[in-house]
Design a protein around this ligand. Structure first.
Ligand code: BGC
Length: 339
């Protein structure tokens, strides 16, 4: 098993970095946050580059709110007022952003040391026990995240969970991609993105959806035809002004739900998922973040494409719900294929 130290946490525990490889891909994943730290992908000439943003040490992840590459749970994204009702009872979460819950509060799964359940050459399985009332969510839950690299140059992430009470399971991976290589942050906004999504969920000024599902037609939110990510990002459009750029959830109409392409290297990534939504966030809220290998990530130096339920779905009964019944097995899978 290839692993190397990845920092000693404030509680004295050692975090590790594990390497897996499959097809032409190699990934380095930490047990801290079950975080994807590096992902090496060939370009059209076969030259490898690490296409995800990250840090060199687990403590840097702990000190940051970027969630680079992390497994976010039990609930990804925002819940208005950090509370909701489930089975007639109020679930009270810890507010960590404007009175709302963001990525499940200050004690997100992204900041925990996960167990290694199994490791093979091309696969690693992490598990986490999350007790009843952890982060405020009901139910003793056992959670498993599997990273596998398939021969088709595919990174496949599978989330599985079960709880002894009705609860929320809405996990995602929070990788920020830059297909030119993470060390070229200035090139991220020049990549083209296509989203199979005719509707998005506009948010208020605090990033919580208003409940509207709005057509992208005739707006800068339209990525149905491939478009340079940065082309319309500063358009004078209310949703872009409120979120300082793209930081929105799109309703997925089909797969691949997202295709990201770097015209310079020729690297292309297709995302396929069983989730109803994909959140596209362009790093609008970080400026000159000190990343891996001494690289400084400038503003908008990567593109996060997070597959998940629509944010705040627990308050929008018409939307697909992240609620999973007691004893029912939750399973969700997202594949990132490189061509
Ligand atoms: C959110 C952003 C936030 C980022 C990092 C994203 O999922 O939508 O608003 O800045 O996570 O915390």
């Amino acid at each position: 098993m290839e692993r190397r130290p990845f920092g000693i946490l404030p509680n004295g525990k050692q975090a590790f970095l594990y390497t897996i490889s499959g097809g032409a891909l190699t990934a380095e994943i930490s047990d801290f946050g079950a975080t994807l730290v590096r992902l090496y992908v060939p370009d059209r000439q076969g030259v490898l580059a690490d296409v995800v943003l990250g840090f060199d040490d687990a403590n840097d992840y702990l000190a940051s709110t970027t969630y680079f590459g992390a497994t976010v749970g039990r609930n990804a994204n925002r819940i208005r007022g950090a509370s909701f009702s489930l089975g007639g009872e109020t679930v009270q979460l810890t507010p960590n952003e404007n009175g709302h819950s963001h990525h499940s509060g200050p004690d997100s799964y992204a900041f925990r040391l996960w167990q290694i359940e199994r490791q093979e050459k091309n696969k690693i399985v992490f598990s986490l026990h999350s007790p009843h009332k952890d982060q405020g969510f009901p139910g003793n839950a056992d959670i498993r995240v599997t990273y596998a690299l398939e021969e088709t140059n595919t990174l496949c992430i599978t989330y599985e969970a079960v709880s002894d009470r009705d609860t929320v399971f809405n996990l995602t991976n929070h990788s920020y991609f830059n297909l030119a290589g993470h060390q070229r942050p200035e090139l991220a906004m020049g990549q083209t993105l296509q989203l199979q999504a005719a509707y998005f969920t506009p948010s208020d000024a605090q990033g919580v959806p208003t409940g509207e599902l709005r057509s992208v037609a005739g707006t800068p939110m339209d990525f149905r035809v491939p478009k340079v990510v940065g082309q319309d990002i500063d358009e004078d459009y209310e949703s872009l002004r409120l979120q300082a750029g793209y930081d929105h959830n799109f309703r997925i109409d089909g797969n691949p739900c997202a295709v990201l392409c770097d015209p310079v290297s020729g690297r292309k990534m297709e995302i396929t998922t069983d989730c109803p939504g994909i959140h596209c966030y362009c790093g609008n809220f970080f400026w000159d973040e000190q990343g891996k290998d001494g690289v400084i990530y400038c503003h908008r130096g990567g593109i996060a494409l997070e597959t998940q339920c629509f944010p705040d779905a627990v308050h929008q009964p018409k939307w697909p719900q992240p609620i999973v019944k007691a004893g029912t097995h939750y399973r969700s899978q997202t594949k990132y294929t490189f061509r």
